[in-house]
Design a binder for this molecule. Sequence first.
Ligand code: QAP
Ligand code: CO
Length: 167
Amino acid sequence: MPLLPILEFPDRRLRVKARPIAEVTDAIRTLANNMLETMYAAPGIGLAAIQVNQPIQLIVLDISEEKNQPMILINPKLAPVGDERSCYDEGCLSVPGFYETVERPAKVQVEALNEHAEPVGFVAEGLLATCIQHECDHLNGKLFVDYLTTLKRERIRKKLEKQHRES
Ligand code: QAP
Ligand code: CO
């Protein structure tokens, strides 16, 4: 299956709000599987469809060590559970080479559809909670660099723009 090209910050297409998926078709399942393959190849732990230039509410992730627990979430909705917050060093396939600490709610309730259009609901915590929040931010056109200071974000933007010019 083909690897998909990934849009990189500061591409404006990463700022689009993703639309809900009305029907879970074979085309959606194929896209999700191609996204998983692209994510594993990177290697990464999460990828949103908007990062491969498809502004629809689809995310894939796998935080397992063995890379054998793929998760496909469609039209996901999140709600924090409790007030606890946690910090993780986050990266992003659309911001290659940069990692920064981001603080987010430690636990979130997740409601979504799976690849069979069945409703799924669970409470996520730890790295899974952070990863799902990071991917759901993408669906709202938001990137982890938006949580950093303007100075840090501008430094990253300039370095990536230079790399893009040189390649
Ligand atoms: C989001 O990001 C995430 O810079 C998923 O050169 C990451 O898979 C959530 C990657 C960390 C929570 C914690 C990044 C690959 C992968 C890079 C990723 C790179 C190669 C990022
Ligand atoms: Co990302």
